[in-house]
Design a protein around this ligand. Structure first.
Ligand SMILES: [Cu+2]
Length: 154
């Protein structure tokens, strides 16, 4: 009897961890377009406080050979962060060590700058507050069209 209880207990622990995982981690992949400055996904939805694994792929057969990144910013702040990226160009380190990430308190999460044929994964916890959180590429000249929305919905 004791043995049966022990194995039932082990089964319920196992079941618990499986369902928790499938509920908790949202795995999202954004692929940059080979020709245009666009992501393949214009929006995705996660839950407040959900663990998110966001991967940005810059295809090896990119025609433009442009680097890309992805930043998730506070609601309504896409243009402000995009403008800050334009201004960042004055800094010689902007396109190298700074990964084309402008200095802004409105940036919540960001990837590295990804060259053609490479990828980067960012792991973060989705904001607790529901809303539309824009994402954008801040490589100069891209953000106005290379953007989308992370919807945080219960
Ligand atoms: Cu880009």
């Amino acid at each position: 009897m004791k043995k049966l209880l022990t194995s039932l207990c082990a089964i319920s622990i196992l079941a618990g961890s499986i369902s928790a995982q499938s509920e908790e981690v949202a795995e999202i992949t954004l692929t940059a377009d080979k020709i245009q400055f666009l992501y393949d996904i214009k929006e995705f939805t996660v839950k407040p406080g959900q663990k998110v694994k966001l991967t940005l792929i810059n295809p090896a057969d990119s025609v433009t050979r442009q680097p890309h990144n992805v930043l998730i910013v506070k609601p309504g702040k896409k243009d402000v962060v995009g403008m800050a990226a334009n201004a960042g160009m004055a800094d010689p380190a902007f396109l190298t060590t700074k990964n084309a990430i402008p200095e802004s308190a409105d940036i919540l999460f960001h990837s590295k700058l990804v060259q053609a044929g490479a990828q980067d994964t960012v792991e973060f916890t989705a904001p607790a507050e529901e809303g539309d959180y824009p994402y954008l590429c801040t490589y100069p000249g891209h953000w106005a069209i290379m953007n989308g929305v992370m919807k945080v919905v219960k």
